[in-house]
Design a binder for this molecule. Structure first.
Ligand code: AMP
Ligand code: MN
Ligand code: MN
Ligand code: MN
Length: 293
């Protein structure tokens, strides 16, 4: 598969904090010209069977995917897993454990928002959560837009729900070791998601990449909807320095909220090894003969 393949290996469905179903995402990916697709819901693989079936029906090459929340040096880091066996017990149990506590956290977030005069946000956010176990900041953000507190979800994350702002509640997610080990032991590859989004010092970022590499992590997102062109240049150098393969994904959540649509990203820089070249055995190939003859 060529380096210029239109691969989109990061997006979210209603199973986590996206607004489309796995089937709608598969159709949208196909319509947007995506040639290899993965659904990567947060801390949950409840959508992968539906995604796989929809991709097969559409003649779309597909990889299993997930985005695991990790606590590292007092920040949340996201690790994308690709090409794992979705029936792996340790992975399933680890994800269930990582999801746990979101309800309690959401109540604490609502209490904190109430202190600045925003009431009813737990119920308001829950209404947007297709999967109540996965109630997330995104669902709170939608409630704050709906009630006119902010004009869009970008404004919400500037004024609320992030460290030091109302509605932020620190949370302990999985460890980096756990996330990478669950993915690897299930036969998949681990990828550091959108590295430019973290607020690490140079030393802390070096520690993240060194530890990740030491645990057997194999990839980094270089081209993502969360990166500027300059960020992609920065992480091209980091990928080369740490001998990591590169991934590409829109991080699409919603037609009305996301700035980058499925399949819309620039190609990976040519000097990088695309992660999909390491996943040839895990790709569910589109069945032949689907096209009308
Ligand atoms: P949670 O897993 O509940 O902490 O929610 C995190 C989600 O919030 C991310 O996956 C994004 O979908 C969304 N989000 C959007 N903008 C931001 C931002 N600036 N900082 C953190 N999360 C954001
Ligand atoms: Mn999200
Ligand atoms: Mn993420
Ligand atoms: Mn994501």
């Amino acid at each position: 598969m060529s380096p210029t393949l239109n691969a989109d290996l990061h997006c979210h469905s209603v199973i986590s904090d996206g607004t489309l179903t796995p089937e709608e995402l598969a159709q949208r990916a196909k319509d947007k010209g995506v040639e290899l697709w993965a659904l990567t819901d947060h801390d949950e693989i409840g959508g992968v069977a539906r995604a796989a079936a929809a991709a097969a029906a559409l003649g779309l090459n597909y990889l299993t995917g997930v985005e695991i929340s990790v606590s590292f040096l007092n920040q949340t880091v996201h690790i994308v897993g690709l090409g794992f066996d979705a029936n792996n017990t340790a992975l399933r149990e680890g994800l269930a454990q990582t999801r746990g506590g979101r309800g309690q956290r959401a109540h604490a977030m609502a209490d904190d928002l109430a202190r600045v005069g925003i009431h009813g946000s737990f119920e308001g956010a829950l209404k947007y959560a297709g999967n109540h176990d996965l109630i997330s900041r995104t669902h709170f953000a939608r409630f704050l837009v709906e009630t006119g507190v902010c004009k869009d979800t970008y404004e919400v994350f500037r004024k609320y729900l992030t460290e030091g702002k109302p509605g932020y509640v620190a949370h302990r997610w999985a460890t980096l070791r756990e996330a990478v080990t669950w993915i690897r032991d299930a036969g998949g590859l681990a990828v550091i998601a959108h590295p430019a989004r973290y607020k690490f010092s140079a030393n802390e970022e070096f520690a993240l990449f060194t530890e990740f590499k030491g645990l057997g992590g194999q990839g980094v997102e270089v081209v993502t909807g969360s990166h500027s062109a300059a960020d992609s240049v920065t992480y091209t150098d980091v990928a080369l320095e740490f001998d990591l393969a590169a991934s590409r994904g829109s991080d699409f959540h919603s037609p009305t909220e996301s700035r980058t649509d499925l399949g819309e990203l620039p190609a990976l820089p040519e000097q990088l090894t695309p992660i999909w070249t390491l996943l040839q055995h895990q790709i569910q190939k589109a069945p032949q003969g689907l096209m009308p003859t």
